[in-house]
Design a protein around this ligand. Structure first.
Ligand code: SAH
Ligand code: DHB
Ligand code: MG
Length: 223
């Protein structure tokens, strides 16, 4: 993207953020905890958190599944959209990330139950499928992009018609435009986009998202 346009689009994002996403103690504390613990700053942006929150409210979500917890920033946004008797299950590979998230989420004293499960997401998803829990209302994919296609197939087994499946980072700064991306995460995001575009059980679209660089969030509705 041309520098001047990039500058403009970042100013537009900041403008939207100033209007709709005021600074909030629990969210600021969450990011401070993550930074102090040395976690990478790859959480969703504030405007994207707000979008996740609104989408959860729009579908009246009570049960949400998140794949990729990091320090629990997106978890905090989503949890605030759920009723007090809601449930948010969030999957994280790294015990250290899960521990930082656990502390921050406890401190934020969120109303719905939050269940952090540590381990490779594909295994945790298979455990959830085996335990025949009720379907989720919203599923947010945000772990390794190389696993997105597999996570989608498993997520569909935890869905019902009307479940919303969202995935972060599906544009990868435009690297998905490459006919065959070298990086496994870029290739994984590109493969995911092609699967959701043609999947018989999904109706989908990708929204470009402004962050430090341009990225995207996919929205898929289960038929
Ligand atoms: N949703 C978070 C950001 C998640 S970053 C937010 O917006 O605040 C991606 C996370 O996925 C990292 O914490 C990483 O450790 C985790 N991850 C990577 N591979 C994974 C896997 N195979 N299973 C589960 N989590 C994984
Ligand atoms: C990056 C950003 C993300 O939102 C994510 O989930 C993983 C990686 C990144 O900018 O590298
Ligand atoms: Mg992400």
């Amino acid at each position: 993207m041309e520098p001047v346009n990039r500058h403009l689009i970042e100013r537009i994002d900041a403008y939207i953020e100033a209007l709709f996403t005021p600074t909030d103690p629990a969210l600021s504390q969450n990011l401070a905890d993550a930074e102090a613990a040395g976690l990478p700053p790859i959480n969703v942006s504030p405007n994207q958190g707000r979008l996740l929150y609104l989408l959860a409210k729009i579908v009246g979500a009570k049960r949400v599944l998140e794949i990729g917890t990091l320090g629990g920033y997106s978890t905090t946004w989503i949890a605030r959209a759920l009723p007090a008797d809601g449930l948010l299950v969030t999957l994280e590979l790294e015990p250290r990330h899960a521990e930082v998230a656990r502390r921050s989420l406890e401190r934020a004293a969120l109303a719905p139950a939050i269940d952090i499960r540590v381990g490779p997401a594909a295994e945790s998803l298979r455990d959830l499928i085996r335990s025949t829990t009720a379907p989720f209302d919203l599923i947010f994919l945000d772990a390794n992009k190389s696993g997105y296609v597999e996570y989608l197939e498993l997520a569909l087994e935890l869905s019902r018609p009307g479940t919303l499946i969202l995935a972060d980072n599906v544009i990868r700064h435009g690297l998905v435009l490459d006919p065959s991306p070298a990086d496994v995460n870029d290739a994984g995001a590109k493969a995911y986009n092609e699967v959701i575009a043609h999947h018989p059980r999904l109706e989908s679209l990708i929204l470009p998202i402004v962050r430090a660089r341009v990225d995207g969030l996919s929205i898929s509705l289960v038929r």
